[in-house]
Design a protein around this ligand. Structure first.
Ligand code: OAD
Length: 250
C-alpha cells in the first residue's frame, strides 16, 4: 500500500536542485532474479560465508570458491536489470548531483546505464591475480561464463585468479570509502534493498543524517535502519521507483 505522506515528503525534497545519494543492496536486484544474501531464500541460508567468501576459504580451496562464483556469474549473466535499476540510471543527470553507491557485485546498475557507480564490495565481473604478481593489472574485467577450467589462472604467473570482490575480513578500497563518505553530504539519502547490517555501508545513512539529509529507506522488510530514517517506505524497489519517477517527471 502506497503511503501518500511518505511519497509527498520525498517528492518535495527531490527537486532539480537537490544533491541526491542512493545506496543499494541485494534487494534492488531481487526482482531481476539475483538471489539476496539474507532472508528465507538468501544465499547465506544454503552456503556458509566462511567457506566461500573469505581469503582463508580461498587459500584453502580456490576450486570450491570459484565453483560458487562461477555459478553466481552464470546466474547473474542470465538476469536483466529491472525497472528500479533503469529509473536510477535515468536519474543520474536529473539533480544538482547524484551519486549511486552499491554493495552489489552483479553489475546490473551499469547494465542499466548508470555511470560512475561506487561499488563498495567490488565486482563479480572483475578478476585479479591472487598472488598480486605485479605483471597484470590489480583488477581487470573478464566476462567469461562459465570458465572452462576452475580456478582460472593468471595469464602471467599461473597463480589462481581471484574474484574482484571484497571478502569478509578484507579492507574496502579506501578511495571508494572516502568518495562514499563525501557523498553522504547531500540533501536526500536513499537506502534501498539492504539489510543494513554490513559495515561500513550500513553506517553511511548516519553520516547523511548528520549532514542534514532527508533519509529514506525503501525496503519491504524492516531493518536496523528503519527506526532511524526520516521516511520508511515498506514496498519493493521495483514498485517505488517507477511510482516516484512518474510523480517527479511526468
Ligand atoms: P541482504 O540479502 O542482507 O539484504 C537484502 C535486503 O533487501 C533485505 O533487507 C530485504 O528485505 C530487501 N529486499 C528484498 N527484496 C526487495 C525488493 N524487491 N525491493 C527492496 N528491498 C528488497 O543484502 P545486502 O544488504 O545487500 O557482502 O547485503 C550486504 C552484504 O552482505 C553484501 O554486499 C554481501 C553480503 O554478505 C559481501 O559479500 C562482502
Amino acid at each position: 500500500m502506497a503511503d501518500p505522506v511518505s511519497y509527498a515528503r520525498l517528492q518535495k525534497r527531490l527537486t532539480p536542485a537537490a544533491r541526491v545519494t542512493v545506496i543499494t543492496g541485494a534487494g534492488v536486484s531481487a526482482a531481476s532474479g539475483v538471489p539476496t544474501f539474507r532472508g528465507p531464500d538468501g544465499l547465506w541460508q544454503s552456503f556458509r560465508a566462511e567457506d566461500l567468501a573469505t581469503p582463508e576459504a580461498f587459500a584453502r580451496d580456490p576450486y570450491l570458491v570459484w565453483q560458487w562464483y562461477d555459478w553466481r556469474r552464470q546466474k547473474i549473466a542470465a538476469c536483466e536489470p529491472n525497472i528500479a535499476h533503469h529509473v536510477l540510471a535515468s536519474w543520474q543527470h536529473q539533480f544538482a548531483s547524484f551519486t549511486l553507491v552499491t554493495q552489489n557485485v552483479d553489475g546490473l546498475h551499469e547494465r542499466a546505464g548508470s555511470e560512475n557507480v561506487l561499488r563498495m564490495h567490488g565486482s563479480i565481473w572483475e578478476v585479479g591475480c591472487s598472488r598480486d604478481c605485479g605483471k597484470v593489472p590489480h583488477r581487470w574485467r573478464d566476462d567469461t561464463v562459465p570458465f572452462v577450467a576452475l580456478p582460472p589462472r593468471c595469464p602471467q604467473c599461473d597463480a589462481p585468479l581471484r574474484p574482484g570482490v571484497v571478502w569478509f575480513g578484507e579492507a574496502l578500497d579506501p578511495d571508494i570509502v572516502e568518495r562514499c563518505l563525501m557523498a553522504t553530504n547531500c540533501d536526500v539519502f536513499l537506502i534501498v534493498g539492504t539489510s543494513a547490517v554490513v559495515y561500513p555501508a550500513a553506517g553511511l545513512v548516519d553520516h547523511a543524517r548528520r549532514h542534514g539529509a532527508l533519509t529514506v529507506e525503501i525496503n519491504p522488510e524492516s531493518t536496523p535502519a528503519t527506526r532511524s530514517v526520516d521516511v520508511a517506505i515498506a514496498e519493493p524497489a521495483e514498485v517505488v521507483f517507477p511510482r516516484l519517477h512518474d510523480r517527479l517527471f511526468s
